[in-house]
Design a protein around this ligand. Structure first.
Ligand SMILES: [Mn+2]
Length: 298
């Protein structure tokens, strides 16, 4: 039946989304290249970039970093949308600027044809085919995410300080927002963006920006991804004795592999350099100076 066919076709439409500014175009080019090079699904890969101020030459450089034929769409978000959103002075998030909130706007800026969005931070590397996430069961929840290894519960340090006032049990799991599989209809119906914005504007002392607000408003109502979909990079993971099988590795925190003043372990730098060499930034490092304080957003 035509109706059934239409529904089925819509279910097929999944896109991968990034949300970056000029300074994070380089890591996005690297992350995107690692994603594309592992893509083995039958569905064509479609990438949507929420553009938080990428210049035209840098946009061209991103496109030159990815194989011809990759379907890429840039969607601009005016910065005024992010005015007044809180940034804390906690040491672990001093590198973040307001663009960290940009990802909240991505679901509503996508064409209606898309059913599912796989949001990726730019500070990640994809090491396996992501196609299983196209149809992973979300159990009726608006999104699937992995529990945060460093902030496992809302009651953890850097978790959700107001968890009691929100009626959340102390052991409510806390997730990392760097990899999210989003059911777009449910995200919009649950008004995640509006509720997170309201939370952020009414909690100016928030410690962990977008991630804290998303955890606060979802209150544990999310599907859980196995940890291999969002593995923080540490010695345990990438060292000689690791036995994990990461599908996505995530360079959490203020130290990033594209910053030349960070001394990464050789095996960690090698993983990054493999994909960096396949981009249009391969021959010039460092390509973009990123200030250490408030210079990043992921
Ligand atoms: Mn990140």
């Amino acid at each position: 039946m035509a109706g059934d066919d239409g529904t089925a076709a819509r279910h097929e439409r999944t896109c991968v989304g990034f949300a970056v500014d000029e300074a994070y175009a380089l890591p996005m080019a690297v992350a995107g290249r690692s994603l594309i090079d592992h893509h083995a699904g039958a569905e064509p890969l479609e990438i949507v970039v929420l553009d938080l101020g990428i210049t035209a030459p840098t946009r061209a450089r991103v496109l030159a970093s990815w194989p011809p034929g990759t379907r890429v769409r840039f969607v601009p978000l005016p910065r005024e949308n992010l005015d007044g959103l809180p940034l804390s002075d906690h040491e672990f998030v001093l590198h973040l600027n307001r663009n960290v909130y940009g990802r909240w706007f991505l679901p509503e800026l996508l064409p209606a044809a898309y059913r599912r969005l796989i949001y990726l931070d730019a500070d990640i590397l994809v090491l396996r085919d992501l196609s299983p996430l196209w149809r992973i069961d979300l159990g009726g929840q608006p999104f699937a995410v992995a529990q945060d290894k460093g902030i496992p519960y809302v009651s953890s340090d850097l978790g959700v300080p107001d968890y009691r006032e929100l009626g959340l049990p102390a052991r409510t799991k806390y997730f990392n927002a760097g990899v999210m599989v989003i059911d777009l209809d449910r995200w919009r119906t649950a008004r995640i963006r509006e509720r997170a914005l309201h939370y952020a504007r009414s909690h100016p002392d928030m410690r962990f920006a977008d991630q804290e607000a998303l955890n606060a408003v979802s209150g544990g109502a999310w599907a859980e991804l196995p940890p291999e979909w969002n593995c923080p990079v540490d010695e345990e993971l990438l060292g000689p004795r690791h036995d994990a099988a990461p599908r996505i590795i995530h360079f959490l925190g203020p130290d990033k592999p594209w910053l030349t003043d960070v001394a990464w372990a050789p095996y960690c730098q090698a993983a990054y350099t493999t994909y960096l060499r396949r981009t249009a930034w391969a021959k010039e490092l460092p390509a973009l100076p990123v200030p250490r304080r408030r210079g990043g957003h992921q």
